[in-house]
Ligand binder design. Structure first.
Ligand code: EPU
Length: 475
């Protein structure tokens, strides 16, 4: 390690950056997941929240998780170094960077939010089973490897449990692009004759985010033109298209329901900055709406936030736009409303548990209809421990607002459910504890630090050591 790298490490350490990222792969003796104050990846932790305090100050939103998890695999399609800025420091990103290293890519962290990925020498065409199983987004490696090598083996993906999560539209699309696709021993395996995909016409039966992005990846270097119809329109789809176009791809229509991809022979390296995370921003907006106070949510694209802002305003928040910030305040009572989750530009399913936490304290009865996933209601059982009145009937939750919630232990069952539990804990009177926080740390960068800086009383503790029976504060 040279002097520049030593100096950078010291600066990053003082900024709270998870330094273990630097040593993965290059120094096997370094502990990969040390249990340090606030360090992600330490499984034996829980969050303790003393609720009932309003939030004041400023919170900075990180890069979008669901864009980053598509763009990092997309680097496999590029010859030469890609410098990717505004990368969120979350465990899903760490896992993907580790997988790229394993495939033979050179990955260099430039600073807290920038990574340089060079996949020129990546040769392996199979993702290790254990690594790939850990996250949903590993399926983007399938599209990227098929695009690059015309061949890929990727474990069937893991991810949050919302009932059935089929990937038939991804596989149907790969087949239309000329790959022979099989599922064997837990792996999706696909290969195209001659090692190159062929442009095709694909109609998606459902406007799936994952299938849209995966098929874009597979088609970018294909021979000929691909048209994908009934595509999803989420901001991260546009971001992936912008990334690929900035590296030399020819994609039009991203953000509409039809995307056209003219295959090119190669993509070259370049620089790209990921958009801010719509859902992270919405989570902080919901937190201040539930707990009360006034918070400036910085580094957002206000247009992406409109569907969330509109609902929070109906519920009694004031939201003021100032450049790339939204100032959110709530001092009066919370009002009931109805919410239906949908594909973009509708209200996002990934804000469902967070908005439910706010509605638990609203005047009157609210109805949430889940329009994307079969079962996203596992959080309701945990909310009831705080005194929330929620009934679930199929895809509908009926929430009768209560005057107050009281703190209780909760277990995060998935990423956004965990975020909803934090919001409920912040708005409740007394102490809440949230366990299984690894789900939350998959998708929220430094959520404890960010909330603490706007006045939340939230900290991380180590789960009691069964031998010592002791709980020690860890940040
Ligand atoms: N679907 C199919 N067949 C497919 C693919 C999807 O029937 O081949 C159905 C699903 O069952 C679901 C709907 O289509 O009912 C939408 O699924 P989609 O494919 O859009 O979801 P995804 O790509 O697996 C991404 C996000 C999720 C987010 C959804 C919906 C990533 C890595 N994940 O999942 O984000 O809930 O889109 O917006 O981008 C999260 O960030 O917490 C998260 C779960």
């Amino acid at each position: 390690m040279d002097r520049w790298e030593m100096g950078s490490l010291a600066r990053l350490w003082s900024s709270g950056f998870p330094l273990y990222r630097f040593f993965r792969g290059s120094c096997p003796s370094f502990p990969i997941k040390p249990v340090l104050p606030g360090v992600r990846g330490a499984d034996l932790k829980k969050y303790v929240i003393h609720g009932g305090r309003p939030l004041y100050g400023k919170v900075e939103v990180s890069g979008a998780k669901n864009a980053a998890v598509g763009i990092i695999p997309a680097a496999l399609l590029v010859e030469g170094p890609c410098r990717i800025e505004n990368i969120p420091a979350i465990s899903d990103v760490d896992l993907l960077l580790d997988i790229l290293r394993d495939l033979g890519a050179r990955v260099r962290l430039i600073n807290r939010t920038t990574v340089e990925v060079d996949c020129t020498d990546a040769r392996r065409q199979a993702v290790p089973y254990d690594a790939g199983r850990k996250l949903r987004a590993s399926y983007y490696l399938m599209g990227a490897m098929l695009g690059r090598f015309g061949q890929a083996e990727v474990p069937l993906p893991g991810g949050c449990d919302f009932g059935s999560r089929p990937i038939d539209q991804h596989l149907k699309g790969f087949a239309a692009l000329g790959a022979e696709v099989t599922v064997e021993k837990g792996y999706m395996c696909a290969g195209a004759d001659g090692g190159r995909m062929k442009g095709s016409q694909i109609y998606l039966d459902v406007a799936s985010v994952g299938a849209t992005m995966n098929l874009m990846l597979a088609a970018v270097l294909a021979k000929g033109t691909t048209v994908i119809e009934n595509t999803a329109r989420e901001p991260h789809i546009v971001d992936l298209a912008n990334f690929l176009n900035s590296m030399g791809a020819d994609i039009t229509g991203a953000g509409t329901d039809m995307i056209k991809i003219r295959g090119v022979d190669k993509l070259r390296g370049g620089e790209y900055s990921i958009i801010p995370d719509q859902i992270e921003a919405g989570t902080y907006m919901a937190a201040v709406t539930a707990a009360g106070g006034e918070v400036r949510v910085c580094n957002v694209i206000p247009k992406h936030m409109e569907c969330i802002t509109a609902k929070l305003v109906e519920m009694g928040a004031e939201v003021e736009e100032e450049g790339d910030s939204l100032i959110v305040r709530r001092h009066g009572p919370l009002q009931r409303t109805n919410v239906k989750t949908m594909f973009y530009p509708g209200f996002p399913t990934d804000m469902h548990p967070q908005i439910a936490a706010v509605l638990c304290l609203a005047n009157g009865t609210s109805v949430i209809t889940e329009g994307v996933w079969d079962n996203r209601y596992r959080y309701t059982e945990e909310f009831r421990r705080l005194g929330a009145k929620i009934q679930v009937d199929g895809k509908i939750a009926i929430i009768e607002g209560v005057e107050k919630l009281t703190g209780a232990p909760m277990e995060a069952c998935d990423l956004r459910a965990g975020a909803g539990m934090i919001i409920a804990g912040l708005a409740a009177q007394g102490t809440s504890e949230i366990s299984n926080v690894k789900h939350i740390e998959r998708g929220y960068e430094d959520i404890i630090g960010k909330l603490s800086r706007i006045g939340a009383d939230i900290r991380v503790v180590e789960v009691p050591d069964p031998e010592r029976g002791k709980v020690s504060a860890a940040g």
